[in-house]
Write a protein that binds this ligand. Structure first.
Ligand SMILES: Nc1nc2c(c(=O)[nH]1)N[C@H]1C(S)=C(S)[C@@H](COP(=O)(O)O)O[C@H]1N2
Ligand SMILES: [Mo]
Length: 190
C-alpha cells in the first residue's frame, strides 16, 4: 500500500510518540497485586496474574496508529500476546457482543467484540523493542490499530463482555462509539 493510502483523512504523520491520556500515569511498585480480570458474560470469571501473563507466548505485530487529535504514526513494532491466547482461558456466553476495556483509575473504552477479536488486536508489552514506559501503558496496554488510538487502553486491568454497547470514558464525553479513522468517526456530539 502506498503511504498516502495509509494516512487517514485529516491526519498528519509524526515521527515521535506523543503521550496522551486523561488523569495520572499508573506507576506500579508491586506486580504481585496486578492482575488482568476477564469478566461479564463469560461462563467463569478469570484473573491472570502478572507472572502468568508474562509467561504467555508473545508475537510481533507491525501496524500504523491514528490518534483522534490528528497524529498518525506508521510502522510501529509491538510485542505482545494475541487476543486469541487470552480467549482460550474463557468461554463466552452467547449474548456477548461488546467489550468494555477497563484501565487503572477507572478509565474505560468500549468496542464491538469482533473488533476486539480481530487478528490485528493485541495486548502489548513492548513498543519498538522497548518495554512500555509507564507513560505508554506499562505493563500491558491494548492495541486496536484499526480504530482511533483512544480505544487502545493503557494500563489495562479488565476485559468485560457485554450484551449491549455502552459508552466508555471518552465515548461518554462526545467521542464516537466506534471510531474508524478512515471514516473520520472522531466525535459524535448531539
Ligand atoms: N488508560 C488509559 N488509556 C488510554 C487513554 C487514557 O486516558 N487512559 N487515552 C487514550 C488516548 S486518547 C490515546 S490517543 C492513546 C495515547 O497513547 P500514547 O500515550 O501511548 O500515545 O491512549 C489511549 N489509552
Ligand atoms: Mo487520543
Amino acid at each position: 500500500m502506498s503511504i498516502d493510502n495509509r494516512i487517514p483523512p485529516g491526519q498528519t504523520l509524526t515521527q515521535g510518540f506523543p503521550v496522551l491520556h486523561y488523569g495520572d500515569v499508573a506507576y506500579y511498585r508491586d506486580m504481585s497485586k496486578w492482575d488482568l480480570r476477564i469478566f461479564g458474560l463469560v461462563e467463569q470469571e478469570v484473573g491472570i496474574s502478572y507472572k502468568e501473563f508474562m509467561a504467555l507466548p508473545m508475537r510481533e505485530y507491525h501496524n500504523d496508529i491514528h490518534c483522534v487529535t490528528t497524529w498518525s504514526k506508521l510502522d510501529n513494532v509491538w510485542e505482545g500476546v494475541p487476543v486469541s491466547t487470552i480467549m482460550q482461558r474463557v468461554k463466552l456466553k452467547p449474548e456477548a457482543k461488546f467489550v468494555m476495556l477497563h484501565a487503572e483509575h477507572g478509565w474505560t473504552t468500549n468496542l464491538p467484540i469482533e473488533d476486539f477479536l480481530r487478528e490485528t488486536s493485541l495486548f502489548a508489552i513492548k513498543h519498538n523493542g522497548e518495554i512500555l514506559s509507564p507513560e505508554h501503558g506499562y505493563p500491558v496496554r491494548m492495541v486496536v490499530p484499526h480504530l482511533y488510538f483512544w480505544k487502545s487502553a493503557k494500563w489495562l486491568r479488565g476485559i468485560e463482555f457485554m450484551a449491549k454497547n455502552k459508552p466508555g470514558f471518552w465515548e461518554k464525553n462526545g467521542y464516537h462509539m466506534y471510531g474508524d479513522p478512515f471514516k473520520e468517526e472522531r466525535y459524535d456530539f448531539d
